[in-house]
Design a protein around this ligand. Structure first.
Ligand SMILES: [Zn+2]
Length: 177
Protein backbone atom coordinates (compact mmCIF):
# COMPACT_ATOMS: atom_id res chain seq x y z
CA UNK A 1 0.00 0.00 0.00
CA UNK A 2 1.37 3.37 -0.91
CA UNK A 3 0.91 6.83 0.46
CA UNK A 4 0.58 8.32 -3.01
CA UNK A 5 -1.47 11.42 -3.55
CA UNK A 6 -5.18 10.98 -4.17
CA UNK A 7 -6.57 11.11 -7.66
CA UNK A 8 -7.47 14.63 -8.77
CA UNK A 9 -11.03 15.76 -8.29
CA UNK A 10 -13.30 14.78 -11.11
CA UNK A 11 -11.44 11.57 -11.85
CA UNK A 12 -14.13 9.19 -13.06
CA UNK A 13 -13.79 5.58 -11.99
CA UNK A 14 -15.55 4.36 -15.12
CA UNK A 15 -13.03 5.96 -17.41
CA UNK A 16 -10.06 4.11 -15.95
CA UNK A 17 -11.91 0.82 -16.25
CA UNK A 18 -12.69 1.62 -19.88
CA UNK A 19 -8.99 2.24 -20.40
CA UNK A 20 -8.20 -1.14 -18.88
CA UNK A 21 -10.77 -2.82 -21.09
CA UNK A 22 -9.23 -1.21 -24.14
CA UNK A 23 -5.81 -2.50 -23.07
CA UNK A 24 -7.32 -5.93 -22.60
CA UNK A 25 -8.62 -6.02 -26.15
CA UNK A 26 -5.10 -5.29 -27.40
CA UNK A 27 -3.69 -7.95 -25.06
CA UNK A 28 -6.14 -10.56 -26.27
CA UNK A 29 -5.29 -9.86 -29.91
CA UNK A 30 -1.67 -10.88 -29.22
CA UNK A 31 -2.55 -13.60 -26.74
CA UNK A 32 -1.99 -17.24 -27.48
CA UNK A 33 -3.12 -19.85 -25.01
CA UNK A 34 0.04 -21.40 -23.52
CA UNK A 35 -2.04 -24.41 -22.50
CA UNK A 36 -0.81 -24.28 -18.95
CA UNK A 37 -1.92 -26.27 -15.97
CA UNK A 38 -3.18 -24.25 -12.99
CA UNK A 39 -0.37 -25.60 -10.82
CA UNK A 40 2.46 -23.03 -10.57
CA UNK A 41 5.58 -24.21 -12.39
CA UNK A 42 8.00 -23.09 -9.64
CA UNK A 43 5.75 -24.44 -6.88
CA UNK A 44 5.98 -21.16 -5.00
CA UNK A 45 3.42 -18.77 -3.52
CA UNK A 46 4.42 -15.13 -3.07
CA UNK A 47 2.57 -13.04 -0.47
CA UNK A 48 3.13 -9.33 -1.01
CA UNK A 49 1.75 -5.88 -0.37
CA UNK A 50 -0.66 -4.51 -2.95
CA UNK A 51 1.59 -1.44 -3.36
CA UNK A 52 1.45 -0.15 -6.94
CA UNK A 53 5.22 0.35 -7.04
CA UNK A 54 5.94 -3.33 -6.58
CA UNK A 55 5.94 -5.25 -9.87
CA UNK A 56 6.28 -8.77 -8.51
CA UNK A 57 6.82 -10.54 -11.81
CA UNK A 58 9.52 -8.11 -12.95
CA UNK A 59 11.18 -7.86 -9.53
CA UNK A 60 11.45 -11.62 -9.13
CA UNK A 61 11.96 -12.64 -12.74
CA UNK A 62 8.70 -14.55 -12.75
CA UNK A 63 7.07 -15.72 -15.95
CA UNK A 64 3.42 -16.43 -16.59
CA UNK A 65 2.45 -19.62 -14.79
CA UNK A 66 5.44 -19.64 -12.43
CA UNK A 67 3.90 -18.66 -9.10
CA UNK A 68 0.84 -17.82 -7.10
CA UNK A 69 0.75 -14.17 -6.06
CA UNK A 70 -1.35 -13.29 -3.03
CA UNK A 71 -1.58 -9.58 -2.34
CA UNK A 72 -3.25 -7.38 0.24
CA UNK A 73 -2.62 -4.15 2.12
CA UNK A 74 0.75 -4.71 3.77
CA UNK A 75 1.31 -8.21 2.44
CA UNK A 76 0.30 -9.38 5.89
CA UNK A 77 -0.65 -12.93 6.76
CA UNK A 78 -4.31 -12.81 7.71
CA UNK A 79 -6.82 -15.66 7.94
CA UNK A 80 -7.65 -15.02 4.31
CA UNK A 81 -3.98 -15.20 3.33
CA UNK A 82 -3.80 -18.56 5.10
CA UNK A 83 -6.91 -19.61 3.17
CA UNK A 84 -5.20 -18.84 -0.13
CA UNK A 85 -1.91 -20.45 0.93
CA UNK A 86 -3.73 -23.57 2.09
CA UNK A 87 -5.46 -23.92 -1.27
CA UNK A 88 -2.20 -23.09 -3.05
CA UNK A 89 -0.37 -25.88 -1.26
CA UNK A 90 -2.99 -28.56 -0.82
CA UNK A 91 -4.91 -28.20 -4.09
CA UNK A 92 -2.34 -26.68 -6.44
CA UNK A 93 0.97 -28.14 -5.35
CA UNK A 94 3.07 -25.21 -4.12
CA UNK A 95 5.83 -25.97 -1.63
CA UNK A 96 7.63 -22.67 -0.92
CA UNK A 97 6.38 -19.38 0.51
CA UNK A 98 7.98 -15.98 -0.10
CA UNK A 99 6.75 -13.00 1.95
CA UNK A 100 7.41 -9.48 0.72
CA UNK A 101 6.81 -6.25 2.62
CA UNK A 102 8.37 -2.99 1.44
CA UNK A 103 9.79 0.34 2.48
CA UNK A 104 7.38 3.26 2.74
CA UNK A 105 4.30 1.09 3.24
CA UNK A 106 1.03 2.93 3.80
CA UNK A 107 0.28 0.67 6.78
CA UNK A 108 3.12 2.31 8.70
CA UNK A 109 1.08 5.53 8.71
CA UNK A 110 -1.99 3.88 10.24
CA UNK A 111 -2.83 2.56 13.68
CA UNK A 112 -5.62 0.38 14.97
CA UNK A 113 -7.42 3.69 15.68
CA UNK A 114 -8.38 3.46 12.02
CA UNK A 115 -11.02 0.92 13.04
CA UNK A 116 -12.43 3.20 15.72
CA UNK A 117 -12.55 6.08 13.25
CA UNK A 118 -14.40 3.85 10.81
CA UNK A 119 -16.85 2.85 13.49
CA UNK A 120 -17.45 6.49 14.40
CA UNK A 121 -18.11 7.30 10.77
CA UNK A 122 -20.27 4.40 9.63
CA UNK A 123 -21.68 3.05 12.89
CA UNK A 124 -20.15 -0.38 12.49
CA UNK A 125 -16.84 -1.73 13.67
CA UNK A 126 -14.97 -3.82 11.10
CA UNK A 127 -14.29 -7.39 12.14
CA UNK A 128 -10.81 -7.27 10.63
CA UNK A 129 -7.67 -5.85 12.18
CA UNK A 130 -5.89 -3.05 10.33
CA UNK A 131 -2.62 -4.97 10.74
CA UNK A 132 -0.71 -1.71 10.89
CA UNK A 133 2.92 -1.79 11.95
CA UNK A 134 5.83 0.44 12.93
CA UNK A 135 8.75 -1.90 12.34
CA UNK A 136 8.63 -3.53 8.92
CA UNK A 137 11.33 -6.09 9.78
CA UNK A 138 9.38 -7.20 12.82
CA UNK A 139 6.18 -7.42 10.80
CA UNK A 140 7.88 -9.68 8.26
CA UNK A 141 9.01 -11.89 11.16
CA UNK A 142 5.46 -12.01 12.49
CA UNK A 143 4.14 -12.95 9.03
CA UNK A 144 6.73 -15.73 8.72
CA UNK A 145 5.75 -17.01 12.17
CA UNK A 146 2.07 -17.05 11.23
CA UNK A 147 2.82 -19.13 8.13
CA UNK A 148 5.16 -21.50 9.94
CA UNK A 149 2.71 -22.16 12.76
CA UNK A 150 -0.42 -22.54 10.68
CA UNK A 151 -1.95 -25.98 11.23
CA UNK A 152 -3.50 -25.92 7.75
CA UNK A 153 -0.32 -25.64 5.71
CA UNK A 154 1.39 -28.80 4.57
CA UNK A 155 4.77 -27.21 3.76
CA UNK A 156 6.38 -24.75 6.16
CA UNK A 157 10.06 -25.65 5.86
CA UNK A 158 10.79 -23.19 3.03
CA UNK A 159 9.32 -19.88 4.22
CA UNK A 160 11.42 -16.76 3.67
CA UNK A 161 10.66 -13.09 4.22
CA UNK A 162 11.94 -9.91 2.60
CA UNK A 163 11.62 -6.14 2.51
CA UNK A 164 11.52 -4.63 -0.99
CA UNK A 165 13.18 -1.22 -1.25
CA UNK A 166 10.94 0.89 -3.49
CA UNK A 167 13.89 3.18 -4.30
CA UNK A 168 16.50 0.58 -5.29
CA UNK A 169 14.30 -2.33 -6.35
CA UNK A 170 16.33 -4.65 -4.14
CA UNK A 171 15.03 -7.26 -1.72
CA UNK A 172 16.55 -7.46 1.75
CA UNK A 173 16.09 -10.77 3.53
CA UNK A 174 14.75 -10.78 7.06
CA UNK A 175 16.13 -13.40 9.36
CA UNK A 176 14.11 -14.83 12.20
CA UNK A 177 14.89 -13.95 15.79
ZN1 LIG B 1 2.55 -1.57 1.38
Amino acid sequence: MSTSTPQPDGFVTGSVTDRLLSANRSYAREFSDPGMDARPVLRVAVVACMDARLDLHAALGLQLGDAHTIRNAGGVVTDDTIRSLTISQRALGTRSVVLIHHTGCGLEALTEDFRTELEDEVGQRPTWAVESFRDVDQDVRQSMARVRTSPFLAHTDDVRGFVFDVHTGLLREITTG
